[in-house]
Design a protein around this ligand. Structure first.
Ligand SMILES: Nc1ncnc2c1ncn2[C@@H]1O[C@H](COP(=O)(O)OP(=O)(O)OP(=O)(O)O)[C@@H](O)[C@H]1O
Ligand SMILES: [Mg+2]
Length: 314
């Protein structure tokens, strides 16, 4: 059996397989009818949807006349989501069966999980071999990432029994999720609007204010990570700007988190995950028992993958 964990985020799509991981900007658009795939550096980012060629990721940003993002609530119905999922499943061995594990934002989980199972099956296409599709709330991926090892074995059994809060700081949204004995606790769940993109927006504006030039989303992301950006051939130090904007975002998130988890005293552990947990490391001063996971950006997808390996063994 071949296994894949796919985390389609509003910002980036993270894919984990046995052979490694991949990250793709969550953007897709139809290919210009006059263009041929031979004009592209690589064809891995070209997928076919209902007979039409679509481009995904940075390739779409550069070459598609109408690149789109998934920001709307009906993302499962969007061609962009389909293109990203189809791209994520590309190249998988179709003999011997497959396990696909993916997630939904917590607020749509109950409403959309049946629909998503069908959408994933459709993206997989044909019915060669047996296919297992498993959908879980996105932040639960980070709980499985902490609990299971790469072979899908339970490495930390205490996690299965604990009451755990997961704070998943994403690109446009921040999910607050609670599990007790791996069961979701409905009362302590929330999707907060606002993620790293809002800090990036402020940073872009700050740079524009001092230089007259506004960097695009990818340039700001890079600048925020490295603390520097090239403007007119010179390196500009933006570490102070980034620190201020990330500290503001962290304070905002902290205040909202405390309205749900209060002192956090009833939680055994708080897991900080999502790319935003990496971005806000050093700024988020939430609870003494809060831990920032390693490879935060990939943690949900990694958990999906490990859970998939567990299912594949059954
Ligand atoms: N190590 C890092 N340092 C700084 N920023 C990072 C780091 N890793 C990821 N990010 C940024 O964190 C943000 C959130 O990333 P993530 O992939 O978790 O979001 P997403 O899952 O696409 O969004 P959402 O959860 O809202 O759907 C992105 O803007 C990303 O660029
Ligand atoms: Mg996410």
């Amino acid at each position: 059996m071949t296994t894949v964990g796919v985390d389609v985020g509003y910002g980036h799509t993270k894919i984990v397989r046995a052979c490694g991981r991949e990250i793709i900007r969550s953007i897709a658009g139809p290919m210009d009818g006059r263009m041929t795939a031979t004009g592209l550096k690589s064809t891995v980012d070209v997928v076919e949807l209902a007979g039409e060629k679509w481009l995904v990721g940075d390739c779409a940003l550069i070459h598609s006349p109408r690149p789109g993002v998934i920001r709307d609530r009906d993302w499962l119905d969007s061609q962009v989501w389909r293109a990203l999922m189809t791209r994520a499943l590309r190249g998988m061995n179709r003999e011997g069966g497959a396990v696909i594990v993916t997630g939904l934002p917590v607020t749509f989980y109950q409403r959309d999980r049946v629909k998503m199972t069908a959408a994933v099956r459709a993206a997989w296409g044909g019915s060669d071999g047996s296919l297992i599709v498993k959908i879980i709330p996105q932040p639960l991926g980070s709980v499985f990432a902490a609990m299971l090892d790469d072979k899908g074995r339970v490495a930390r059994p205490e996690i299965a029994k604990a009451r755990i809060g997961v704070l998943d700081v994403g690109h446009y949204t921040t999910d607050l999720f609670t599990v007790a004995g791996l069961e979701p606790v409905e009362r302590q769940m929330e999707t907060l609007p606002g993620g790293v993109a809002s800090a990036h927006d402020h940073i872009a504006r700050d740079i524009e204010d001092s230089t007259g030039w506004r960097p695009d989303a990818a340039q700001v992301d890079q600048a925020a990570r490295t603390g520097a950006i090239r403007v007119a051939g010179q390196s500009m130090d933006i570490s102070q700007i980034a620190a201020r904007r990330f500290a503001e975002l962290a304070a905002e998130i902290e205040a909202q988190v405390r309205t749900v988890w209060k002192s956090g005293a009833d939680l055994d552990l708080v897991i900080l995950t999502g790319g935003g947990a990496a971005a806000l490391k050093g700024y988020l001063k939430l609870y003494r028992h809060a831990v920032a996971v390693a490879n935060a950006e990939f943690s949900n997808a990694e958990g999906f993958y490990k859970l998939g390996v567990k299912y594949a063994k059954r």
